[in-house]
Design a protein around this ligand. Structure first.
Ligand code: UN1
Length: 501
């Protein structure tokens, strides 16, 4: 176990008993070294945690929302104080380059600030009643226990999007993180506990963390007292979770795969497009759900754009993500590298012309999996292009008319993020219109990834339909009640119905 990891975990308040002597081996994707052996919960533990979380909910729901916001404010303070350490742990465990690790913790801080403001704005409506002496209103009330399933690629930020909102909404949280990133989860939980310790009158078990395998996740998904399951990860995971939650009429918030495209039109600012595509496609080694996986370029500029991208791609510095200057860190594990190779083989078979994609730094790091970012010129949008491979592979395609480009962009089963680079206002407006991109996120002159927390985040089709983070995503964490109040001395029935004795 590296002293670096141990020092970070100590500084973040995680006792060594939590990450030694367990059964879940944690390896750093940077060099393959074991950095912890974490204790795993059982399905039985999960069921007990849900009961505890529900008991906490019965108290927490009665705490005024702005007071609930105060806890999230304190948590935001802890995150600010420990940003550097938590960011380094994210780099160690998930392999992100330093500035992206820091960016991830910044996203947590930002959503805390957002949630604190929100805690004074959980508003409903007053609606005109058709009856005299009556008033109708709509309230948003706390929902219950929220189960959060998170993925390795944003091991802590996505949990924060969910929990910061859930907590101000009066809910309690149970977190089942990815089995690949339990250490950052332990550290985040420890920081949360510090905030709780500084908050007077917090019930125990407001937010619980349970590391474990799929059976632990299933116990959460199936439990009738988990009012909402918010799950981020692959479409395959969503297909397993969604129907199980639906079978018990629970609520689900799914944020699943993306297959995000950027359309580049003849009027585009080419320098901007190249930079936007490079970060979108290869940032985080292609392991964001918002990663740019396809470029759809007009035939008049396609060859020039793709040549520039290919040249810049080959210059991206690959290496230890914690060393300054490196922009491409490792893939999370061997399975991920193998999936990348399989996708590239399929792309070749389907007529693709592949640059890059080889393994990098294998001699220096035989137990880690770095890959040269790949660019694949495709003759058409074949099957492999429609599939999300969670790796740095960018497919390029040509189009003739904007309608054709939009049709290609929308032709895939996923619907998370999308973008157009253009200086033509007609093209830009068409792209964001009803007949434009069918994704949850549609951008103009910026890439597909790196969304701000202020907007609702999520997408359509196989992406699952959920919305997390900003805007009115909070409504998913509350139950809506419609109240009609009669302040008259009569009892008129709606729709003019008479029922007099
Ligand atoms: C994810 O990959 O699951 O928009 C989330 C982005 C980040 C969040 C990505 N803010 O790229």
């Amino acid at each position: 176990m590296t002293t670096q990891t141990t020092d970070l975990l100590n500084a973040l308040g995680v006792p060594s008993s939590a990450y030694t002597g367990g059964t879940l081996k944690v390896r750093s994707p940077i060099d393959g070294a074991t950095i912890g052996v974490v204790h795993e919960a059982s399905a039985e533990d999960m069921r007990a945690a849900v009961e505890r979380g529900h008991a906490a909910f019965l108290q927490w729901r009665n705490v005024p929302a702005p007071k609930r916001g105060e806890l999230v404010r304190l948590f935001g303070e802890e995150l600010r104080k420990h940003k550097a350490d938590l960011a380094r742990l994210v780099s160690l465990e998930a392999g992100k380059v330093s500035s992206e690790g820091e960016g991830e913790v910044q996203e947590m801080i930002d959503i805390c600030d957002f949630a604190v403001g929100l805690s004074r704005q959980l508003h409903g409506l007053t609606i005109a009643s058709e009856r005299p002496g009556h008033r109708m209103m709509e309230q948003y009330l706390p929902l219950g226990v929220v189960g959060i399933i998170s993925a390795f690629n944003f091991p802590v930020a996505v949990w924060a999007w969910n929990s910061a909102l859930a907590l101000v909404c009066g809910d309690t949280c149970i977190w089942k993180p990815s089995e690949k990133t339990p250490l950052t989860a332990l550290a985040t939980q420890a920081l949360f506990e510090r905030a709780v310790a500084r908050y007077e009158g917090a019930p125990a078990h407001l937010s619980q963390l349970l590391n474990g395998d799929a059976a632990v996740g299933e116990a959460m998904v199936d439990h009738p007292k988990v009012a909402l399951v918010s799950a981020t990860g692959s479409t395959r995971m969503g297909r397993a979770v969604g129907p199980r939650v639906a079978a018990r009429f629970g609520r689900c918030l799914l944020e699943l795969g993306g297959n995000n495209a950027i359309i580049v039109t003849p009027s585009a600012d080419m320098d901007l497009a190249v930079r936007g595509i490079l970060f979108g496609a290869y940032g985080t080694a292609g392991q964001r759900c918002t990663t740019t996986r396809r470029v759809i370029a007009h035939e008049s500029i396609h060859d020039e754009l793709v040549a520039r991208l290919d040249k810049a791609r080959a210059q991206l510095k690959i290496g230890n993500p914690m060393e300054a200057g490196n922009l491409i860190g490792p893939l999370i594990d061997k399975g991920s590298f193998d999936a990348m190779q399989a996708a590239l083989a399929a792309a070749r078979e389907q007529g693709g012309q592949v640059s890059g994609g080889e393994r990098a730094l294998a001699e220096q790091h035989p137990d880690a999996f770095y890959a040269v970012p790949a660019l694949v010129r495709m003759p058409a949008q074949t099957e492999i292009v429609k599939h999300e491979t969670f790796a740095p592979i960018l497919y390029t395609l040509k189009y003739k008319t904007l309608d054709e480009a939009i049709a290609l962009q929308n032709e895939v089963p996923q619907g998370l993020s999308s973008a157009i680079f253009t200086n033509d206002i007609r093209e830009a407006e068409t792209f964001v219109s009803a007949s434009g991109s069918d994704c949850g996120i549609a951008n103009v002159n910026i890439g597909t990834s790196g969304a701000e927390i202020g907007g609702a985040f999520g997408g359509e089709k196989e992406t699952g339909g959920g919305r997390e983070s900003g805007s009115d995503a909070w409504k998913a964490y509350m139950r809506r009640t419609t109240n009609t109040v009669n302040y008259s001395r009569e009892l008129p029935l709606a729709q003019g119905v008479k029922f007099d004795i």
